[in-house]
Design a protein around this ligand. Structure first.
Ligand SMILES: Nc1ncnc2c1ncn2[C@@H]1O[C@H](COP(=O)(O)OP(=O)(O)OP(=O)(O)O)[C@@H](O)[C@H]1O
Length: 242
């Protein structure tokens, strides 16, 4: 599979009609093809809005966001993972995946589900899956939509620690084998320390990039001690800048 696209974000201004101060003003962010970037920052800083702008869902801003050389709104839709799984309960798991990619055949659906540890579950309805399995199905749906560009908005929020570890392991494999470009919005420095090769901290209103940290050690070879060092470094920066 081709490596994920490069992204170029240049937001001159983004203001919601209800807000007097712009959410973003002169925000720039360039993201290398195939990289995994964690976007961290306090609640309300604009992380989810940034993902929607990159996804081309929200086009109400001035500036330009380019995905693989095309305006975000004209680029292929990304794979989006939300805070909750958002599977349609009246469709089977396979049906949910085919909503994202109507051309997905039975075998391809099986392969995709197997890649997230859900082999043989395509005919199940979502209520038959545990919470953790529903998260994995949501990840498979995002891969069905676009395996090259993944936008994850707090994908581990409200999961218990064992499920977070399970999702981290799953994503480690998917990020390394597929080579997608991934943006992971999170409150947790731990997510960045384990998964990302770069962490961007947003703060303020208008939001600015207050820290842009390369996490150079390849995620696969990070020891628990190195992960802890990255996490503490990011938490300290967030405390200083947030
Ligand atoms: N559709 C909207 N209309 C008006 N204001 C909005 C809209 N969406 C977001 N906002 C406002 O924009 C700001 C940023 O919201 P956003 O959800 O992007 O922040 P966030 O960093 O993702 O927060 P959290 O971490 O709590 O999810 C907030 O003040 C929010 O109230």
């Amino acid at each position: 599979m081709a490596r994920g696209p490069g992204l170029s974000v240049a937001i001159a201004e983004k203001t919601f009609p209800s807000g007097s101060v712009p959410l973003f003003s002169g925000l720039r962010l360039d993201i290398a093809p195939g990289s995994t970037v964690a976007v961290l920052g306090p609640s309300g800083v604009g992380k989810s809005t940034l993902l929607r702008l990159v996804a081309g869902i929200d086009t109400d801003f001035s500036g330009r966001i380019v995905v693989d050389g095309r305006d975000a709104a004209l680029a292929p839709a990304p794979g989006f993972v939300f805070q909750d799984p958002r599977l349609l309960p009246w469709l089977t798991v396979g049906g949910n995946l085919r909503l994202a990619d109507p051309a997905l055949g039975v075998e391809a659906t099986d392969r995709l589900l197997a890649s997230v540890g859900l082999a043989g579950r395509q005919d199940d309805f979502p209520h038959r899956l545990s919470g953790g399995m529903q998260r994995r199905a949501a990840l498979a749906r995002a891969l069905a939509a676009n395996p090259r560009l993944l936008l994850l908005d707090e994908p581990f929020v409200s999961l218990d620690p064992a499920l977070v570890r399970e999702m981290h392991q799953l994503l480690l494999g998917l990020l390394d084998t597929g080579g997608p470009t991934a943006l992971i919005v999170s409150h947790a420095a731990e997510d960045a320390a384990r998964l990302a090769d770069r962490a961007v901290l947003l703060a303020g209103r208008p939001a600015r990039v207050v820290a842009d940290i390369p996490l150079e050690r390849p995620r696969r070879s990070r020891s628990e001690a190195e992960i802890a060092v990255y996490r503490l470094e990011l938490e300290a920066l967030a405390a200083k800048t947030g």
